[in-house]
Design a protein around this ligand. Structure first.
Ligand SMILES: Cc1ncc(COP(=O)(O)O)c(C=O)c1O
Length: 398
């Protein structure tokens, strides 16, 4: 392992500090490292591997496509892409789709669409209101919308015209809205910012304000979308419907695909405006189609709602015993445990005990398991977590 770490340091740019674990295979909700050690995975590639690992339906769909054609170009018709778009549109409030490769690209696409809307339909309006503590990605446009200076500071100045408002504070947003505002972007459940769900009333008011002020309402559901919260899109929980939505992560079940969906009114791109060479190629679309098939046709959404509630209850139960646990938040399989000790200590102790987790900021432990996770895996994860919390509590008392 040491030599692999050294090799990584020699040849890879230092954008990550990887854990010294070389994962080589996976099955269901479990992954195995190169020493044969098994881990229960409650991080799923950071909310990506929706169907876990080695899922038969997913494998079959992708394998079939792999042996036919992987990629050609959007210069040609693409049946798999059309089929995927139809499935997304038929199960949402949107009318059109555009496919790209990642979350940050989906946000870039939404940003460009909003700017085009401002130019074409709102007297050249070009400003965007984004939220404090948001996370929208690492490319320059989406980084400009990310309301956390720690990600931005080495790259300033970023895009002009981005104004930040306090999340869940309608008055603040209203005050910042002006005739030059072409869009408001927010995550219905902030992910990297610490698993903070929006208030329903707040979202309703934001929707009304955007309609009255003729600004595009963009929801970034890159993390909270695609069934993660037990509905296909997180905004369904709130009954609030955006004009544009950004998707990625779980959409491809591990294959790199992102998308934006928009209503008819925002269907404004023309040839030459926007494109992606790999965007929605047949292979990634076949994977995304298999994910949607499980979520919608095989009722996985219902199971996620049940299992997610069970998981939240269990987390709430055990957290009663630990004074350093402040709150359990989230919906479905997007849950966070806020603590007033370093969340990274809990995550690394759980990893040593065979449970993979990830933080969401310094004080939140995040639970984003594969969407196929059942009661047995939840009980096992809770058991490991509980024993780790117990040890940390004892240590803190010493
Ligand atoms: C809400 C949200 N938007 C955008 C992104 C960026 O996605 P990607 O890493 O695929 O570019 C992320 C990634 O964590 C995210 O959580």
């Amino acid at each position: 392992m040491t030599s692999l770490i050294q090799e990584a340091q020699q040849v890879l740019m230092h954008t990550y500090n990887p854990f010294p674990i070389n994962l080589v295979s996976g099955d269901g909700c479990y992954v195995k490292d190169s020493n044969g050690r098994e881990y229960l995975d409650f991080l799923s590639g950071i909310a990506v591997n929706s169907l876990g690992y080695n899922h038969p339906g997913f494998n079959e769909a992708v394998d079939n496509q792999l042996h036919r054609i992987i990629h050609y170009s959007n210069l040609f018709l693409n049946e798999q892409q059309i089929d995927l778009a139809k499935k997304l549109i038929n199960n949402s409030s949107f009318d059109k789709a555009f496919f790209c490769n990642s979350g940050t690209e989906a946000v870039e696409s939404a940003l460009k669409l909003a700017k085009k809307f401002g130019k074409a339909k709102k007297n050249g309006a070009w400003k965007i209101i984004a939220m404090n503590q948001s996370f929208h990605g690492r490319t320059s446009g989406s980084l400009s919308l990310t309301g956390q200076i720690k990600y931005q500071h080495s790259f300033l100045p970023l895009l002009p015209g981005v104004v930040f408002a306090r999340f869940n504070d309608f008055d603040d947003l209203k005050q910042k809205m002006d005739p030059d505002t072409c869009a408001v972007i927010l995550e219905p459940i902030q992910g990297e910012g610490g698993i903070h769900p929006a208030d329903k009333k707040y979202l309703e008011k934001v929707r009304d304000l955007c309609t009255v002020e003729k600004a595009a309402l963009i929801f970034d559901e890159v993390q909270c979308g695609m069934g993660r919260t037990g509905t296909l899109f997180a905004h369904e929980h709130f009954g609030v419907y955006p004009d544009i939505i950004a998707l990625a992560k779980g959409l491809g079940g591990g294959l790199p695909i992102g998308a934006i969906l928009s209503t008819k009114e925002f269907d404004l791109f023309e040839p030459g405006d926007h494109a992606a060479t790999f965007g929605g190629n047949p292979l990634v679309c076949s994977g995304a189609r298999a994910v949607l098939h499980e979520l919608i046709d095989n009722n996985l959404l219902e199971t996620i709602r049940e299992s997610g509630s069970y998981m939240k209850e269990r987390l709430e139960q055990i957290s009663q015993n630990y004074s350093f646990v402040k709150e359990i938040r989230g919906l479905g399989f997007m849950l966070g445990m806020e603590v007033n000790i370093p969340a990274a200590d809990i995550v690394s102790s759980c990893r040593e005990e065979g449970l993979l987790l990830v933080t969401a900021g310094p004080s939140v432990v995040r639970f984003v398991p594969p969407l196929i996770t059942g009661k047995n895996e939840i009980d096992k994860a809770i058991h490991i977590l509980n024993s780790v919390l117990e040890k940390l509590q004892k240590k803190a008392c010493l």
